[in-house]
Design a protein around this ligand. Structure first.
Ligand code: FES
Length: 108
């Protein structure tokens, strides 16, 4: 991984993330980040932690702009991290960009 002044890090190639799947970015002392890839090749980054009981969202099913938690099926927006009503809760989102075929993540 390489970093620039803005703390953007190149993480992987787009094809390293399965379509409608996720790849986990490990972080020391912090919640891991899950990078999600949609069917139309958009990439989102959320904490790999469901707001319900902490399920690993990276193991969930991606459809459209949503990931369904594998434990109890909360549906979490990849755009906002918000749980879909009637469920409640929020998962922190992170800035992520696709530059050519490389996925860049802004880390704090
Ligand atoms: S832990 Fe995700 S829905 Fe329960």
């Amino acid at each position: 991984m390489s970093a620039d002044k803005n703390q953007w890090q190149s993480i992987c190639k787009l094809d390293d993330i399965p379509a409608q799947g996720a790849r986990v970015v490990k972080r020391e002392g912090k919640t891991d980040i899950a990078l999600f890839r949609t069917l139309d090749n958009r990439v989102f980054a959320l904490d790999d932690h469901c707001p319900h009981k902490g399920g690993a969202l990276s193991h969930g099913l991606v459809y459209g702009d949503t990931v369904a938690c594998p434990l109890h099926n909360f549906k979490i927006s990849l755009q906002t991290g918000q749980a879909q009503a009637p469920d409640e809760g929020h998962t922190p989102c992170h800035k992520v960009e696709l530059r050519d075929d490389t996925v860049w993540l802004a880390v704090d």
